[in-house]
Design a protein around this ligand. Sequence first.
Ligand code: NDP
Length: 315
Amino acid sequence: MTHRERSRTSAYPNKHAPGAAAALGGATRVAAVFGDPVEHSLSPAMHNAAYAALGLDRVYAAFHVTSPMLATAVRALPALGILGANLTVPHKERAVRMMAKLGAEARMLGAVNCIVNRPAGLYGDNTDARGLERDLNGLGVALADARAIVIGAGGAAASAIVACLRCGASEIVIANRTAARAAALVRRLRARLPRAMRGAALGVRGLEALADAGLLGRAAIIINATSMGLTSAGFARIDYARTRRECFFYDLIYAAQPTVFLRPAIALGRPTADGAGMLVNQGELAFELFNGFTPPPGVMRRALWERLGRAFDGP
Ligand code: NDP
């Protein structure tokens, strides 16, 4: 444990024996996730594992909040003394306008995935890009001066683009079904990216680009940031065999089994990862924002890995 970690953990407001789940009481503090749907969310398992490991009288709950109720639910956070709330589909973009203050990351991405209930007002942040960047670094994906292909043009794609730029990519090709949406995303990002990240080339293509041998042959990473493959329906045609042997395939979707996007890459022996690592990392960052201290190393990852039926590979 580093000095910084020791000094942070000493601030844990311990209430009961570490390792035991809290019995809810009058003083229990609450953190939350709002989404529609939200029943599938694995965030409660991760956050509650960290609270239990620390012996904290805190609980993280999932709330099914529909779009018409979002403003009411967000306004209720200070009234109910809720520590903070994660936002998932479809609330991230709309919540931007509901914050008293926006962090630089949320402003750049145009989306909030983390609301912190601060005395001065609701603070909106976004931990998705940092979560993916941390995962790519942890996986040893080398992107310095490299070409990345990001499939998709929604909020997740924006986070993937920013993560690749931070990892040093010099060219990013955004391939999306609706080219106009990808062009709008690039315009928005160009206007908001910090100066240091504006030098990279950002290009826009349709999904036919995924069968372009010239484009694929020079890609260091291909990231799926769409909801394609979330159900059993097929994926856009990708000419996997045209990619380099070391080309990394990363799917923001995570599942117990390899995803539709990753399966052909695995069959060819390409390096792959799904979005479980990104989910853990954004969750750890959110935990720190809500509680003011870091979660114990590996606890949230172990909880997620257990839920996904995977062998735990260490923090
Ligand atoms: P959005 O709804 O904003 O964007 C969806 C994207 O998927 C768009 O680019 C859309 O294309 C594309 N798409 C959807 N269906 C199809 C289809 N049938 N054929 C082709 N393209 C399609 O979603 P988000 O950006 O918020 O999220 C995308 C994915 O990322 C989700 O699956 C989400 O679960 C995952 N995610 C994972 C995270 C993690 O921590 N691992 C964090 C955040 C998101 P078009 O523009 O043409 O409609």
